[in-house]
Design a protein around this ligand. Structure first.
Ligand SMILES: Nc1ncnc2c1ncn2[C@@H]1O[C@H](COP(=O)(O)OP(=O)(O)O)[C@@H](O)[C@H]1O
Ligand SMILES: [Mg+2]
Length: 247
């Protein structure tokens, strides 16, 4: 669903991402792991159009989308969450989801403004329900627990019914119980959507991923199944041993 070839990006003299190739499995979960500064968020920015690559190619569903801006990619079915929250804290959970759904819905699908509004609210309620947030629909986002806020962000992404969902550290700052809930949530989404996730919780990565890509200093150090990653000496030396739990 997502394929990158030769992807490279430098900031000044720093090669943040170097000649990266990978394919994210269709309908599966692909995780990107690696120590702090490895280039994970930059890879997301390059794929999702927030940054233009210096070199390389990004394909979405077989189509060359290199250098397209974020809104164009969103229209082609790519949704992403950010490492830093982008919720509207003064709006309710429902209003946040409704806005996200509205931003992505082609206007021509709706005949009348009122029908469109009703449909958007219904769609937003359905999404909240699916994410276990129905009871919090009318709460300002600011009042939600940290775990519920992060869950709401994933709900916002899914409101646009994307083909590809990219999540940057969705469990950052979460309690173990909240992390387990996200684990179950991501598994339940796989199949409906291709998920690419940056994650620092190694146990979660091992449990949810079909494939794992290990980045180190902007390069792909290793790629394989969770079991293969666990068994890799190179990964252990560069990452798992020294920095277990770091992202
Ligand atoms: N906009 C930017 N300008 C300059 N340097 C950046 C920028 N974004 C990231 N970097 C640098 O690129 C490297 C990779 O960063 P990042 O992709 O955020 O890593 P990760 O998400 O794996 O922690 C880091 O050294 C970081 O300081
Ligand atoms: Mg990052």
């Amino acid at each position: 669903m997502i394929a990158v070839q030769g992807l490279s990006k430098s900031f000044g003299g720093l090669r943040a991402v170097s000649d990266l190739d990978f394919v994210a499995c269709d309908g599966g979960v692909t995780s990107i792991i690696g120590p702090n500064g490895a280039g994970k968020s930059t890879v997301f920015n390059l794929i999702a159009g927030s940054l233009r690559p210096d070199a390389g190619r990004v394909e979405l569903g077989g189509r060359n989308v290199t250098g397209l801006p974020p809104h164009a990619l969103a229209r082609l079915g790519l949704a992403r969450s950010f490492q830093i929250s982008n919720l509207f804290f003064g709006l309710t959970a429902l209003e946040n989801v409704r806005l996200a759904a509205q931003a992505q819905t082609p206007r021509r699908r709706f005949l009348a403004r009122l029908d469109r509004e009703t449909a958007l609210v219904e769609q937003a309620r359905a999404v909240l329900g699916e994410f276990g947030l129905a009871d919090l629909a009318d709460e300002p986002a600011a009042n939600l627990s940290h775990g519920d806020q992060r869950r709401l962000e994933i709900a916002l992404c899914m409101a646009s019914q994307p083909r590809v969902l990219m999540l940057d550290e969705p469990t950052q700052g979460m309690s173990p119980a909240e992390t387990r809930a996200v684990d179950a949530l991501i598994r339940s989404l796989a199949g409906r959507v291709s998920v690419v996730v940056i994650e620092h919780d190694i146990d979660l990565v091992m449990s949810i991923s079909d494939r794992v890509i290990v980045l180190h200093q902007g390069r792909k150090l290793f790629e394989g199944t969770p079991a293969e990653v666990r068994g890799s000496d190179a990964v252990r030396d560069a990452y798992l041993g020294a920095e277990h739990g770091a992202a």
